[in-house]
Write a protein that binds this ligand. Structure first.
Ligand code: ZN
Length: 257
C-alpha cells in the first residue's frame, strides 16, 4: 500500500471511530428534550445532559478533582450567621433536600448570601487530590439582587454518629416529592467542621441546567457521620455524583489552613 493510501485508510478508520464514540456518548436526540428527564446513568445520564442543557458542556463546570491549589494569603473568611430551622426535608428524585427558613447569612468579604437549602450527594462529587469521600453536603446560598450562587461543600467521612443527621433522618422521605417535617431545630454548626478553611474556584451547578454562576467553597476539613447514617441516605438517593469536569485553565485557590 502506498503512503497516501495508508493515510487515507487510517483517516477513514479514525473518522468512523470518532463517529461511533460520539453516538455512544449522546444517545438521545435533541427532539427528545421536551420529555427529557436527566439522570446519572443510562440513556439520560451525565453524558447526554449537554444535548438538552448546552451549559453542561461549558468550560467552567463542576465538580472538580481539587488538586494543585494555590495557597493565597488574605482570602476572606466565610462568616456564617445562621438561624436554626425546623426539619423540612424532601426527596426530589435526585437528592434529599432540607429547605431553610429565610434569614441565615453567609458573608464573604463584601458579598452577602442567604442560605436557601442544603442537600446530599453520595458519594462525594468533589474529590481532593483524587480522594473521594462517602458523602458531600452542599449548602446553597443565593443573592436576592443577582443570579450569583455560593455553595459551601462539606465532605463527610465515616466515623462517629452525627447528631444533626440523626435529627434529619428520623423518617427520611423515600418517594419523589415526599416530605418529612418536624419542629425539631436543625443547627448548622453540627454539620460543619470547626475549621472553615476552604478551596475556592469559579464553577457551576453540578446538575442540569449546569449554570456557570457558582462560587465554590469546598471546606478542607470533613465532618463525620456513621456508616449506618451514610448508607441510609445512599439507599434513597443512590449514586448521585457527577464525575469530575475539566479544569479548563481555572485556578483553584485555598486558605492556608
Ligand atoms: Zn449538590
Amino acid at each position: 500500500m502506498n503512503q497516501l493510501l495508508k493515510h487515507a485508510v487510517k483517516a477513514f478508520y479514525m473518522l468512523s471511530f470518532s463517529f461511533v464514540m460520539t453516538s455512544c456518548a449522546k444517545d438521545i436526540e435533541i427532539d427528545d428534550c421536551q420529555a427529557y428527564e436527566w439522570k446519572y446513568d443510562g440513556k439520560e445520564g451525565v453524558n447526554s445532559w449537554s444535548v438538552c442543557f448546552s451549559e453542561c458542556a461549558g468550560s467552567k463546570q463542576s465538580p472538580l478533582d481539587i488538586k494543585d491549589a494555590t495557597v493565597q494569603a488574605g482570602l476572606s473568611p466565610l462568616q456564617f450567621s445562621f438561624k436554626e430551622s425546623p426539619v423540612s426535608i424532601f426527596y426530589n428524585g435526585h437528592t434529599l433536600e432540607q429547605e431553610w427558613v429565610p434569614g441565615s447569612k453567609l458573608t464573604i468579604g463584601t458579598n452577602t448570601f442567604e442560605l436557601a437549602q442544603f442537600h446530599f450527594h453520595t458519594r462525594s462529587e468533589h474529590t481532593i487530590s483524587g480522594k473521594r469521600y462517602p458523602m458531600e453536603i452542599h449548602f446553597v446560598h443565593k443573592q436576592s439582587t443577582s443570579s450569583a450562587i455560593a455553595v459551601v461543600g462539606v465532605m463527610v467521612e465515616t466515623g462517629a454518629e452525627n447528631a444533626m443527621i440523626k435529627l434529619l433522618s428520623t423518617d427520611l422521605p423515600t418517594e419523589i416529592d415526599e416530605e418529612y417535617k418536624s419542629n425539631l431545630p436543625v443547627i448548622l454548626s453540627g454539620l460543619m467542621p470547626a475549621n472553615k478553611g476552604y478551596f475556592y474556584y469559579p464553577g457551576s451547578l453540578t446538575t442540569p441546567p449546569c449554570s456557570e454562576v457558582v462560587s465554590w467553597y469546598v471546606l478542607k476539613n470533613p465532618i463525620q457521620a456513621s456508616s449506618k447514617q451514610i448508607s441510609a441516605i445512599q439507599q434513597i438517593i443512590s449514586e448521585n455524583n457527577r464525575p469530575a469536569q475539566p479544569l479548563s485553565g481555572r485556578t483553584i485557590v485555598s486558605t492556608k489552613d
